[in-house]
Design a protein around this ligand. Structure first.
Ligand code: SF4
Length: 806
């Protein structure tokens, strides 16, 4: 097979084998090779080329090695310290922090104490025996004091070293440089450098994999190796990654001769040679691998590097020079963004740990480092694009807010547009397609919102509905241990808000009557799972409501309560639901869903019903003619894949039963949620993600679920206004006595009268409609009562606490 034939449509699910790669060594025309590599990169990385904003901390420039091309390391110099002091380290890190850096890159010579007495003496004065132990202390200091995430390049490590350094670093790295032992021979660049022996470096990388350390590595080209040796080096890295999955990037670095080194007169590799190597690396690895080339080592050729298949520029510092290549300054970020855009790509900031590994922090990040990481990332492992949080009175971030409804129609990239067309036609989207929509940014984000808005207009017109309802949470005592819940008052939340309560049936009846008098057509009832509650309690609640106001719609009991109620009475779920229905239950809230994916539930709410059980309760309820809502609570430890699966599971059940009335995204309110306070979750979705959840739900559930609701308690009026332009046609309830969101710290849950609700809807250019629970019109009598009660309240009557949909 010729090289051209091999490269034409090289399958994404295959990688070059050694024989195929060797066949490319003498390829005369680079174009097909570069095109195949770029196409493969695009399939996995789209239009992004990433970089990490870093500050470079050269802890020591003494090294026991003597690599012939290196100017970073030097022997001890008179009057110069061997190590940066604590104050110096911190000063550099703080300067980086001020310049917006998120990575502290510790680069240092290899174990200089084994070669130089001054290194041993300084370490002793610093209270350490080894460079690595001083490094651990400095990395710990930097992230604690500045929040910068340390990335460590300390050379060869053993198991004990990894155990010490993993808890103080977000990622680590070592360049393989080459697998060729030949280059350690006399007269060769690695002669006399024990740390450059390939087997030793491979051993370090293998241990990194065993310790689950996200790792960067790569090759250095132009130091005397052959192309065949480059291929073997890349294959060695591939084998390591196949075994452990820890290699998050492959750097293809080009040697540059430096004055004052033994290799000062050796020619640098040509640009074509560099491009060839990048392209071959891209084809040797799966498309998702991150392939990097340092931008400062190829000035004037950045677009060609992108054309050869890289998707990353590595760390770029706005503060410190590249101490390894001091003669080659980093380009300004504006210049890098321009060059990247010139190559048709979008320069995008990442963290030192790549999104691929940050998304799976439980596996790849030490527990100690997860807290700073969670505060910095979105659900896809990228740096958060804003500091907006649901439930707080933050104004939506201007940049993303402006994208929700841009003045001119946005054009999506080809692949996104194809998914949008499919969704608008009512075809079923798969997991990868839904995830792709959640990844939309910039123009693509605008296009997704616009497509959802257009679909909403087609399905619902300009009407925005709402319901007058009262939430009654009968107890906040609960024996479940949901990690996100500040509402329950089990041991987990003892010190959080308020005293435990468990209201009696008289109080239930009183609140129901009061709600009716104030114009509520519905009471929404749910609560903690009190250890003394059995299914009989839920039946009693139904009777109490019916006894108080027979006409009011009883919307009550999450699938968890139904499941627990059935179990405590020893009844099948369907039979218990039938009894509740006979006692007056009319519909169910679709709460306790959180994320319908057990991968998340086992960490978020391990003792709660699982995904299948939630779906089974809903299936049984729908089978009895009891309709329900469906919710998703997102933005904590979940990923886009989990969101996609949740949407698909809800959609598939809806196709089967048709029982869901609406879909309600509930952004995670973190402020007083135990999981966040313990440093084990993100602080909710970003604004872009919160808006996208509504838009993508509109598209992915089309045409099966036609009502998409926004929670004003979690989003605030401004957030709701943007969601109304992204697929939303319902704003849920007005008159509530809701304590669940407020327990988690939400501050919007004060009051929303029907008048205010309608003003909000009209100000968004839409038409308000007061509905009942099942989306019929509420009727004139209800409307009159609701508006009159609200007016009376404005005139001084007691105010009911108003919250939001749980
Ligand atoms: S979410 Fe519900 S079940 Fe879980 S702890 Fe809170 S009140 Fe209990």
């Amino acid at each position: 097979m010729t090289a051209q034939t091999l490269l034409k449509d090289f399958p994404l699910d295959r990688r070059l084998d050694r024989h195929q790669a060797l066949g490319l060594i003498d390829i005369a025309d680079l174009e097909p090779l570069l095109a195949a590599a770029a196409q493969r990169r695009d399939a996995a990385h789209g239009d992004r080329v990433s970089y990490s904003r870093k500050v470079f901390i050269p802890l020591t420039q003494l090294c026991r090695d003597v690599c012939h091309y290196c100017t970073f390391a030097h022997p001890p110099r008179k009057g110069e310290r061997a190590f940066l002091t604590r104050d110096e380290v911190l000063a550099i890190a703080e300067a980086g922090k001020r310049a917006g850096c998120k990575e502290a890159l510790f680069t240092l010579g290899d174990k200089p104490e084994l070669r130089y007495r001054i290194a041993r003496e300084e370490l002793e004065a610093l209270g350490h025996k080894t460079t690595l132990s001083y490094l651990a202390e400095m990395a710990d200091l930097v992230w604690r004091e500045t929040g910068l995430l340390p990335h460590l390049n300390p050379g060869l490590l053993d198991d004990e070293d990894f155990r010490a350094l993993r808890p103080v670093s977000i990622s680590q790295g070592i360049m393989l440089e080459t697998i060729s032992e030949r280059l350690c021979g006399k007269g060769k660049p690695h002669h006399g450098s024990p740390d450059k022996i390939p087997a030793a470096r491979i051993d370090t990388m293998k241990r990194a994999g065993e310790h689950a350390v996200p790792f960067t590595s790569g090759i250095l080209i132009g130091i005397g190796e052959t192309r065949e040796e480059r291929i073997d080096s890349l294959l060695a890295l591939r084998d390591l990654n196949d075994a452990h999955g820890h290699i998050q990037e492959i750097i293809v670095q080009n040697f540059r001769p430096k004055p004052g080194t033994l290799m000062h007169d050796v020619d640098a590799p040509t640009l074509d040679d560099h491009l060839w190597t990048i392209a071959v690396a891209r084809l040797l690895f799966e498309p998702e691998m991150n392939i990097q080339a340092p931008p400062n080592l190829s000035p004037g050729a950045l677009q060609q590097l992108v054309g050869a298949g890289i998707n990353d520029w590595g760390g770029v510092s706005p503060v410190t020079p590249d101490h390894v290549n001091p003669e080659a300054p980093w380009p300004h970020l504006e210049e890098l963004a321009r060059a990247t855009a010139g190559a048709g790509k979008l320069l995008t900031e990442r963290l030192a740990i790549y999104p691929s590994h940050a998304r799976h922090a439980l596996k790849w990040v030490d527990q100690k480092m997860r807290t700073p990481l969670y505060n910095l990332i979105d659900a896809d492992g990228w740096p958060r694009s804003d500091s907006w949080c649901p439930g707080r009175q933050d104004a939506p971030p201007a940049a993303d807010a402006a994208l929700v409804k841009p003045s001119i129609p946005a054009r999506a990239r080809f692949d996104i547009q194809a998914i949008l067309d499919k969704a608008q036609d009512g075809a079923l989207l798969g997991e990868a397609e839904i995830v792709r929509l959640f990844r939309a940014r910039g123009n693509d984000f605008s296009a997704v919102c616009q497509a959802a808005d257009e679909l909403r207009r087609r399905v619902n017109g300009d009407v925005v509905s709402y319901v007058v309802t009262r939430n009654i949470n009968y107890t906040n005592i609960c024996y479940f241990k949901c990690q996100f819940c500040a509402f329950s008052k089990g041991k987990l939340s003892e010190n959080l808000r308020g005293r435990p309560y468990d209201i009696g049936m008289d109080e239930v009846a009183r609140r129901v009557s009061e709600a009716w008098d104030r114009g509520a057509s519905e009471v929404c009832m749910q609560g903690g799972i009190h250890p003394s509650y059995t299914g009989q309690k839920y039946l009693d609640i139904c009777e109490a409501v019916r006894g108080a106001v027979p006409q009011i719609h009883l919307h009550a009991f999450s699938p968890l309560e139904v499941s627990q109620g059935a179990q405590t009475l020893g009844l099948p779920v369907a039979e218990f639901l039938g009894r509740l229905q006979a006692a007056g239950l009319k519909s169910l809230p679709g709460t306790a869903a959180e994320i319908l994916d057990d991968e998340v539930r086992e960490h978020l709410c391990a003792d709660k019903i699982n995904t299948q059980q939630w779906l089974d309760v809903m299936r049984a309820a729908h089978g009895l003619g009891l309709r329900s809502t469906a919710t998703i609570m997102f933005g904590h430890i979940d990923r886009y894949e989990n969101w996609a699966r949740h949407l698909m599971r809800v959609r598939d059940l809806q196709i089967e039963t048709g029982g869901f009335t609406e879909f309600v995204p509930l952004p995670f309110v973190h402020m007083e949620a135990p999981i966040y306070l313990k440093g084990r979750s993100r602080p909710g979705p970003t604004f872009r993600e919160a808006v996208l959840m509504h838009a993508v739900a509109r598209l992915a559930l089309n045409p099966h679920i036609t009502n998409i609701q926004a929670s004003w308690v979690k989003l605030g009026p401004e957030g709701v206004r943007h969601c109304l332009n992204a697929g939303v046609n319902d704003l849920g309830g007005t008159l509530m006595d809701e304590s669940i969101s407020r327990s988690a710290g939400a501050s919007f849950g004060q009051e929303m009268t029907p008048q205010q609700m309608e003003r909000m809807i009209v100000s968004a250019g839409r038409l308000p409609r007061l509905r009942n629970t099942l989306y019929g019109n509420a009727g004139a009598e209800i409307r009159e009562r609701a508006f009159a009660a609200a007016s009376a309240r404005e005139a001084g009557a007691p105010v009911l606490q108003v919250g939001g949909v749980h």
